[in-house]
Design a binder for this molecule. Structure first.
Ligand SMILES: [Zn+2]
Length: 124
């Protein structure tokens, strides 16, 4: 099976040649961590680099037409990329099984779900 998704306006589409993500996590948005070399993106994107908790750049990739966030691409872990899982196709999203929470240090108090693998900050 190949994972696939798109931005809001569908100018950007992508496929990931894996059966399932390496991790599905709440980064207090839902992300699907996948091997970067399995990801194929088609369509116009831009990115903006901010500094992550590692001190290295995190490239926020988004559709240059509608602005939908597509992925976070951290220089600190160049082999992976965190797909914004809200952009996955609906039938694929329904099958995701989140088991990891990242940045629980800033978890909002009304978020009551506790997943099996919590991390106060970004896992190393
Ligand atoms: Zn778009």
């Amino acid at each position: 099976m190949v994972l696939s998704g798109h931005c809001l306006c569908k100018a950007v589409t992508y496929t990931i040649d894996v059966d399932k993500p390496a991790a599905v996590a709440y980064d207090h948005s839902l992300v699907a961590v996948v091997p970067k070399d399995k990801l194929t993106v088609k369509g116009p994107t831009k990115s903006w680099a901010g500094v992550g908790s590692s001190g290295k750049a995190v490239h926020r990739v988004f559709c240059s037409e509608c602005g939908s966030p597509i992925a976070h691409d951290p220089d600190a872990a160049p082999e992976i990329i965190a797909i914004k899982a809200g952009t996955l196709d609906t039938e694929i999203k329904k099958k995701l099984q989140p088991d990891t929470e990242i940045w629980t240090v800033s978890k909002l108090p009304f978020c009551q779900e506790h997943l099996a693998h919590p991390f106060e900050h970004m896992p190393q």
